[in-house]
Design a protein around this ligand. Sequence first.
Ligand code: SF4
Length: 352
Amino acid sequence: MIEPTCIPTLERIESRLRSQPDQHLEFLAHRELIERILELAARKRVLILGHNYMAPLVYNLSGERERGDSLALSRRAAQSDAPIILFDGVLFMAETAKILNPEKKVLIADPTAGCSLTEPFTAEDIREYRGLYPGSPVVTYINSSAEIKAESDYICTSANAARVIRHAAAEHRTRRVIFFPDSLMGANLQQELVRSGSDIELEYPGRRDRRFGRCEVHEQFTARHLREIRLQHRLPRGGPDSAVMVHWECPPEVLAEADFHGSTSDMARAVREHPEWKRIYLATECEMAANLASEFPEVEFIRSCSFFCRHMRKITLEKIAASLEQEVFEVTVPEPVRHRARLAIDRMLAIP
Ligand code: SF4
């Protein structure tokens, strides 16, 4: 049986959203639809996974352990005996869940929910890089297609990228590591490696060529925007009761303006570990702040919702209900691709 705690009750969802009046109103307007989704999920024994960037009503369809970042969610799915997984996130995330859970039916409410990081590249790009830098291992960010993962030696997340890169260089006895596909994150990681005294050289799209991999949301943040936010909302650099937090996928000059940078799970952990922070700005997809606001009602999260992911927004309550009812859209990954992509993920998981 699917663990009863996995599917939240209608009352539990309402109590989480009550502290945020706008979210609570949205809940009341969609109450019947939410109830139908919960009933379908319980009847069909569906594990609903919700990424941090989902809109609050969608995010809260998932239980506490079923909300988070893409890898943690895919690993969570592997612990469940639910026969069906519905991944509320974008396609590469649902593919990752399928790679780790081949025996389960994995659904996504809208298969056109893509990602600007995954779309410009194919496996051929990786093969070309391998040809240019023979003997260099390929470390690929989890925000990539199954096909790209299958061509890689290791997968990494934004939470463990530097560790995986160091491990890959040591294991292959080389100073050069190919990093795919995020150009801005590649530049940020290179700076981090230099700061820590490492002599590893990263080769990433855009460093020596005209390719460019970027998150279309995070690339929009600028250092000037952060300075204005600091002034407007009393968020002084290093202030005792506030913080400006930035995602790894932002440009390097934006990271330089931040009090903290990291992955979405790093940010959530930092908020938990710093109860003294009473005002927080997150330079990331704006729904992340909305979701943290219902978890930490005592903290003021400054939101700028011009920074949103159009792909994530394709996952709506209406499409979720249709997906559960008709058991569409099923995510498939050809077995040879799945097998090789799984090896790259397993190599990452084996790193201590
Ligand atoms: S927020 Fe950026 S990295 Fe995440 S799915 Fe959207 S485009 Fe891709």
